[in-house]
Design a protein around this ligand. Structure first.
Ligand code: HEC
Ligand code: HEC
Ligand code: HEC
Ligand code: HEC
Ligand code: HEC
Length: 310
């Protein structure tokens, strides 16, 4: 259940745990990710090493590269998509159904296809590409340029586990199609309330994580920020292609500062406007990260109020 992801809600989840079952409503177990200090302590550590031996389960469904950053970045031979830093992931040429397709009349700005700072996230979260589908796997001669735009299962299956790794080959697929789910490897065969292996007492359901390619029910991305509109607060400072709310006045877009990205259509809201995929400390270095990788915790709707005057 979605609210189990935030620490406050987690406590509520724990309190309610004994009360819920008969209704058929499943409450996720509290996250095992410690959520402080480093991305390695978050769910974005796709080695899941924070689980200890429990991480072995995941080797049924994705390559364990034994490195945290490599699922997203590579020091060499990165993707040609230079707006995403040293990007190592497969990005398909997907066309998304955008928010404006909803036909809302109150939107004042045009909505374009998601920009680079959303496509990075969508390369996992639209559920069409396996989470271990990278261009350059660790180690020599494990590079495939074709991986930039398409997922080659034979390339990914050529990964051989290192010493001490579990003996399972085979990457996962978050493809929600019947064929994707019929693979034992699919994350959602376990991590879904409808998953055939799902045990709600130990496994988190990732249904909301798979936000798919229809973005009509998600906050608009690829949407230009209205200027001179009293309903909106504009960023204070520009640095290159980023406009941000410079809370501490250091003229740098810090992780806890909400921002807009200009990838050619003017400054727009993208996934990374609100989220930092590495985690943002809630109260200075070493403190627990804001829930859901948010740049600003949304308590009292503070995140929303950064931009909306409401
Ligand atoms: C065979 C079933 C199975 C599959 C398939 C599976 N998992 Fe898991 N996953 C588990 C179990 C069981 C746990 C809890 C392990 C524990 O408690 O140590 C878990 C825990 C996790 C956690 C930690 C959740 C938390 O916050 O505590 C993450 C993240 C995770 N899995 C990611 C994935 C990803 C990504 C995939 C697909 C590549 C995947 N899993 C596929 C069974 C599975
Ligand atoms: C789950 C994917 C993911 C993982 C894992 C990840 N990153 Fe990133 N990283 C991103 C994305 C996406 C961006 C671009 C954010 C944006 O659009 O502004 C980024 C940006 C960066 C940047 C540019 C500055 C910034 O913070 O925006 C650096 C440096 C960086 N990552 C380093 C790392 C290192 C080092 C690791 C491993 C310890 C790591 N990242 C792990 C996704 C990831
Ligand atoms: C390499 C694949 C990958 C990339 C790239 C990626 N994610 Fe994730 N993300 C995951 C997995 C796997 C999970 C765990 C599933 C879950 O929590 O539902 C996750 C979880 C999350 C969560 C839930 C966190 C929590 O504590 O429950 C949020 C929010 C999120 N990602 C946002 C983003 C955003 C925003 C970006 C881009 C800046 C991004 N992700 C990039 C794979 C990825
Ligand atoms: C306007 C700010 C904003 C933008 C833009 C945004 N998100 Fe989020 N996102 C949030 C907030 C706030 C939450 C926490 C919701 C909650 O606690 O249930 C969240 C939660 C999530 C989650 C966890 C699932 C959930 O609903 O709790 C995922 C995954 C996620 N976002 C991915 C993305 C991706 C991918 C994009 C870009 C397509 C994106 N977000 C764009 C604000 C935003
Ligand atoms: C980074 C700035 C930013 C943040 C943070 C933000 N929004 Fe928005 N929001 C926008 C922009 C820009 C639009 C599109 C405005 C337009 O086209 O008129 C928008 C549109 C919307 C719309 C759609 C309005 C319509 O006419 O269909 C809603 C609803 C909304 N936001 C709610 C929220 C909520 C709730 C939050 C907090 C979870 C939030 N926003 C956080 C910038 C932001």
């Amino acid at each position: 259940m979605r609210f189990a992801r935030s620490s406050r809600a987690m406590q509520i989840g724990v309190c309610l745990a004994g009360l819920v079952p008969a209704t058929g409503m499943a409450v996720d177990p509290p996250t095992k990710a410690p959520n402080f200090g480093t991305v390695a302590n978050t769910r974005h550590n796709l080695t899941q090493s924070f689980l200890g031996t429990g991480a072995g389960w995941m080797s049924l469904s994705r390559n364990d590269y034994g490195e945290v950053c490599v699922y997203c970045h590579t020091p060499h031979a990165a993707s040609g998509r230079t707006q995403a830093p040293l990007w190592n992931r497969t990005q398909r040429e997907t066309t998304y159904t955008t928010y404006d397709a909803l036909g809302t009349t109150s939107l004042s700005q045009a909505v374009s296809q998601p920009g680079a700072n959303s496509l990075t996230c969508l390369s996992c979260h639209d559920g069409t590409t396996a989470i271990d589908s990278v261009i350059n796997m660790p180690g020599p001669r494990r590079y495939d340029a074709g991986q930039e735009t398409g997922q080659s299962n034979s390339f990914l299956d050529s990964w051989s586990p290192g010493p001490g790794d579990t003996p399972f080959g085979g990457h996962g697929s978050l493809d929600n199609s019947p064929s994707g789910l019929s693979q034992f490897g699919a994350c959602q065969s376990c991590h879904s309330i409808n998953g055939d292996q799902h045990d709600p007492s130990t496994m988190a359901a990732f249904d909301i994580f798979n936000i798919a390619t229809d973005l009509r029910n998600d906050h608009p991305v690829g949407v230009r920020f209205p200027t001179d509109n009293p309903d909106y607060r504009s960023g204070t400072t520009d640095r290159g292609a980023v406009r941000f709310f410079d809370g501490d006045g250091d003229a740098r877009p810090d992780p806890d500062e909400v921002r807009f990205y200009d990838t050619g259509d003017g400054f727009e809201v993208e996934c990374a406007s609100c989220h930092d995929p590495h985690g943002v400390p809630s109260d200075g270095a070493g403190s627990t990260f804001n829930p859901a990788f948010l740049r600003v915790a949304n308590s009292e709707s503070n995140l929303c109020l950064s931009c909306h005057v409401k």
